[in-house]
Design a protein around this ligand. Structure first.
Ligand code: NAD
Length: 274
């Protein structure tokens, strides 16, 4: 695991430092410094957004505490395992005590059992299928619903989730997670329609493969990274900071006309038919 992650760097970005001044956001899905959620946090914080974070269980609390201590200001942290609906509801009730409304939700989380992310999809268990759907797809709907009152207080906002190409096309070993990402991407569209009249935009970023804890659970990650370098129009892999900056765009007024969209940050890989 550590060797897999050793050469991954998350670069800080240079963007206007007041683009998100006065705005508030919450990030769900930081496990460690390689998490895409953490790269997004850095982009948003650099642009002036006031952030809160969740952690999944006590095991990850210290990691998130240490990381957020490097950001400026008081950063509220809350426990949130999305399989527990009470925790999701409590999260936004507690957040209401710390933030006067919410402009942005970053949903950067997913899970499937390791054994479902190798071999043939036909062998997926019912339990593994439902678990992947619950955590990786349904949670976006539950979180969006719970966040609504706080976002309405600000007259609207932006919800951003993370997806992957394996939700559009068959990618070896991505299996049950591909099916969950397809459900997630469709949820983005239905949520965008429902919440649009409240001026809440819902979009997804489809990121190219990046070495993270979650990605290391997918068998053959190194092959995916090699393929990207060979085939993607930009002939390279992407960095988490590039996803962070796209989330910054989606969180800002610059993207005010965009909702229900899946934006690919994948060096162009998804356009290739050969
Ligand atoms: P990561 O392991 O750093 O983050 C995954 C997060 O999901 C962790 O913080 C974990 O605590 C959280 N999580 C899992 N189960 C949860 C639960 N029950 N309740 C609450 N949180 C839970 O990995 P990452 O690669 O940064 O993943 C973030 C998102 O990006 C995921 O949706 C992933 O599918 C997506 N994504 C990743 C890649 C990639 O190659 N790394 C590519 C495209 C999309």
């Amino acid at each position: 695991m550590s060797t897999l992650l050793e050469d991954t760097t998350v670069q800080s970005t240079s963007v206007p430092n007041n683009l998100l001044a006065g705005k508030t956001g919450i990030i769900l899905g930081v496990a460690n410094k390689w998490s895409i959620g953490w790269a997004i946090a850095q982009s948003l914080a650099n642009a002036g957004m006031r952030l809160a974070f969740t952690y999944q269980g006590e095991r990850l609390k210290e990691n998130v505490e240490k990381l957020t201590a490097t950001l400026e200001g008081d950063i509220p942290l809350y426990p949130c395992d999305v399989t527990d609906e009470t925790q999701v509801d409590d999260l936004f009730k507690n957040l209401a005590g710390d933030f006067d409304g919410l402009d942005c939700v970053i949903h950067s989380l997913a899970f499937a059992k390791r054994e479902e992310l190798a071999g043939e999809f036909v062998n997926t268990s019912k339990e593994g299928y439902l678990l992947a759907q619950e955590i990786s797809a349904y949670s976006l709907t539950a979180v969006s619903r719970a966040a609504l009152p706080l976002m309405e207080k600000r007259g609207g906002g932006s919800i951003v989730t993370l997806t992957y190409y394996g939700g559009e096309k068959v990618v070896p070993n991505y299996n049950v997670m591909g099916v969950a990402k397809a459900a997630l991407e469709m949820s983005v569209r239905y949520l965008a329609e429902d919440l649009g009249s409240k001026n809440i935009r819902v979009n997804a970023i489809s990121a190219g493969p990046i070495k993270t804890l979650a990605a290391s659970g997918v068998s053959g990650l190194s092959n995916m990274l090699e393929q990207m370098k060979e085939k993607a129009p930009l002939r390279r892999n992407i960095e988490a900071a590039e996803v962070g900056d796209t989330a910054l765009f989606l969180a800002s007024h610059l993207s005010r006309g965009i909702t229900g969209e899946v934006i690919h940050v994948d060096a162009g890989y998804h356009i290739k038919g050969f």
